[in-house]
Write a protein that binds this ligand. Structure first.
Ligand SMILES: NC(=O)c1ccc[n+]([C@@H]2O[C@H](COP(=O)([O-])OP(=O)(O)OC[C@H]3O[C@@H](n4cnc5c(N)ncnc54)[C@H](O)[C@@H]3O)[C@@H](O)[C@H]2O)c1
Length: 250
């Protein structure tokens, strides 16, 4: 099937967690659509491989831990010396281990929330002033259906993603009088490396809840991200876009 083409020429996008999985596919499609892309990740090895494989002069990368505001702020300052940041995809995330809340390791619980929620806050906090100055921005926060429904034995992840949804609704309204859109997306399971962090039984349980009866494909996810990140999205903001194959009906 031919994909709809989007025009991202003259646009610069930061994609967090862009070294693999959803983020890498988004980076590829933005590059293919004429955009400049900066991928941020904490995994040096996969990041180097991604940059080498893509081999594209419109692509650059930084090792950034999104849960560390100072690192994020420093990177944003470097980028905005040369260019605006038009698009921010807050995609970096971890699920953490599968465990009931009353057995969950305290530091691990905090870490999962720090990355999924504070990481999203940190990147928005650092990038939005540039978008306001430029009166242009498209932000997409990658949440999860877990943030809407709550998955058993994934309380930290569900909480972090629910927080990212709340942040989206609030920030979207704060910026609604400008040409800046802030939206969240809530995918169901897709076969990326993130699934390795959960037990097989947990992944199977997630899949059994999806009326489509299959995993989401990364390219299907990227299609939704493209429209939300494009100039064509002139009205939708502070909203949550579902891509859970019918699991979540709100
Ligand atoms: N794949 C799924 O089933 C699924 C479902 C719902 C939501 N999501 C969400 O989609 C997003 C992308 O996940 P994915 O499936 O592509 O997973 P993935 O593990 O393939 O990719 C996530 C990337 O984020 C990076 N990352 C992790 N912590 C980071 C940090 N602190 N700073 C910077 N980078 C960091 C990782 O190194 C990795 O490259 C995540 O937010 C995830 O929660 C995934």
């Amino acid at each position: 099937m031919d994909k709809i083409s989007f025009d991202f020429s003259n646009r610069t996008a930061v994609v967090t967690g862009g070294a693999q999985g959803f983020g890498l596919d988004i980076a590829k499609r933005f590059l293919k659509s004429g955009g400049k892309v900066i991928i941020w990740d904490i995994d040096l090895k996969v990041l180097e491989k991604a940059v080498k494989d893509l081999n594209n002069s419109n692509l650059s990368s930084n090792i950034v831990d999104v849960s560390n505001f100072k690192e994020v702020e420093k990177c944003v300052a470097e980028i905005t010396k040369k260019s605006n940041i038009d698009i921010l995809i807050n995609n970096a995330g971890i699920t953490g281990p599968t465990a009931p809340l009353w057995e969950y390791d305290i530091d691990t619980w905090k870490k999962v929330v720090e990355i999924n929620l504070m990481g999203t806050f940190n990147c928005c906090r650092a990038v939005v002033p540039n978008m306001i100055k430029n009166n242009y921005g498209r932000i997409v926060n990658v949440a999860s259906v877990a943030g809407k429904d709550g998955n058993a034995n994934a309380s930290a992840y569900s909480t972090g993603k629910a927080g990212a949804i709340g942040l989206t609704k609030s920030l979207g309204k704060e910026l609604a009088d400008k040409n800046i859109a802030v939206n969240a997306v809530t995918p169901a399971g897709a076969k990326t490396r993130i699934l390795d962090q959960m037990t097989k039984e947990h992944v199977q349980r997630m899949l059994s809840k999806v009326p489509r009866g299959r995993f989401l494909e990364v390219e299907e996810f990227t299609s939704l991200i493209c429209w939300l990140s494009s100039e064509e999205n002139t009205f939708s903001t502070a909203a949550v876009f579902d891509i859970s194959g019918g699991r979540s009906t709100y």
